[in-house]
Design a protein around this ligand. Structure first.
Ligand SMILES: NC(=O)c1ccc[n+]([C@@H]2O[C@H](COP(=O)([O-])OP(=O)(O)OC[C@H]3O[C@@H](n4cnc5c(N)ncnc54)[C@H](OP(=O)(O)O)[C@@H]3O)[C@@H](O)[C@H]2O)c1
Length: 286
């Protein structure tokens, strides 16, 4: 797209632990022309999530690390400005892996989905009707299997996933560490422990030592199960339809923590790990 400059947040150096603002740099470049089958997305919201620490780490993870000099990998939501792909047209609202940048030229594989929920803000596609809400939905309902009258405990209940789960028959764990050490001592018989995240553990190399959960699980005949949301991809539509309807009916409330301006993106992950956010952390760039 001629004459349009693109501000991009690139990875400048690899963090030893939690990514800090000075691990990133904001640069400007030209928006490239589209090749056949590509779309140009004008981002509105950039996502900020704890998993980004893993995406910039050299330690083996479930995805390749972002390379130095590359645009920071992230989910984002925006509008299609140009398209040479038959499935997308000007004005379509889309959510996908568009990176921390104003404009993204991508193929259809980068698009997670078109955002079609009537009457709901675009930002929700990165939160309660995005992977966070879907994670809460399957983690709680499928893996946690709550029953009427159960007590549900959620670590990081103020966060994006946690605030979508709700209120110790089920322990929905986003942190590991000291919080889990305490909660595991209070499991009910037959409890289900959902391992969703490990935000409190700063490094898995070397493998950290800590209190042993086995005895608590044995005595309480409890079940601990890890899950990764991508395994549920074939059922995303089901979750999305229900989450969107619950939001419209005000049965599911959500909160967002919105930083204004792309210049806030570099420091946004560190802030997340300081617990600054209540709800889904986003960077609004226009
Ligand atoms: N399994 C999956 O498929 C899947 C998918 C999505 C997300 N997740 C995981 O779900 C968890 C929540 O993700 P999110 O996007 O909703 O993030 P989030 O909860 O909005 O933000 C992370 C929160 O972690 C807490 N935290 C940071 N450092 C901590 C520490 N040392 N000890 C305890 N708590 C700490 C902070 O909450 P406080 O204010 O409470 O300190 C912070 O707000 C993450 O662990 C993420 O990796 C898993």
């Amino acid at each position: 797209m001629k004459n349009n400059r693109n501000r991009q947040v690139i990875l400048k150096s690899r963090p030893a632990d939690i990514p800090q603002a000075d691990n990133f740099e904001i640069i400007e470049s030209d928006v490239p022309d589209l090749r056949d089958g590509q779309i140009l997305v004008h981002n509105v919201y950039l996502s900020v999530e704890p998993a980004m620490r893993g995406w910039v780490s050299n330690v083996a993870n479930y995805s390749e690390p972002v390379r130095i000099g590359e645009v920071m990998r992230s989910f984002a939501a925006g509008e299609v400005l140009q398209s040479t792909h038959p499935d997308f047209k000007l004005g379509d609202k889309v959510m996908g892996m568009f990176g921390w940048q104003e404009f993204a030229v991508v193929g259809p594989a980068a698009v997670t989905r078109k955002v079609r929920e009537d009457g709901l803000p675009l930002s929700l596609s990165l939160g309660v009707t995005g992977l966070n809400g879907i994670t809460a939905y399957f983690g709680l309902l499928d893996v946690g299997q709550p029953r009427p009258g159960d007590t549900v405990v959620v670590s990081t209940a103020a966060g994006a996933v946690g605030s979508a789960v709700g209120q110790i028959n089920v322990y929905f764990d986003n942190t590991g560490g000291a919080i889990s050490d305490t909660v595991l001592r209070h499991l009910a018989v037959g409890a289900r422990v959902v391992i969703c995240g490990t935000a409190s553990v700063s490094s898995w190399d070397p493998w950290p030592h800590g209190p042993r959960a086995e005895r608590h699980l044995l005595v309480k005949r409890a079940r601990m199960q890890g899950f990764v949301i991508f395994d549920y991809a074939p059922r995303f539509e089901e979750a999305l339809a229900r989450l969107a309807q619950w939001v419209r009916d005000e049965r599911l409330r959500y909160s967002e923590d919105v930083l204004e301006g792309i210049e806030h993106a570099p420091g946004a992950i560190a802030g997340l790990y300081r617990g600054e956010n209540t709800g889904k952390r986003l960077v609004k760039i226009r």
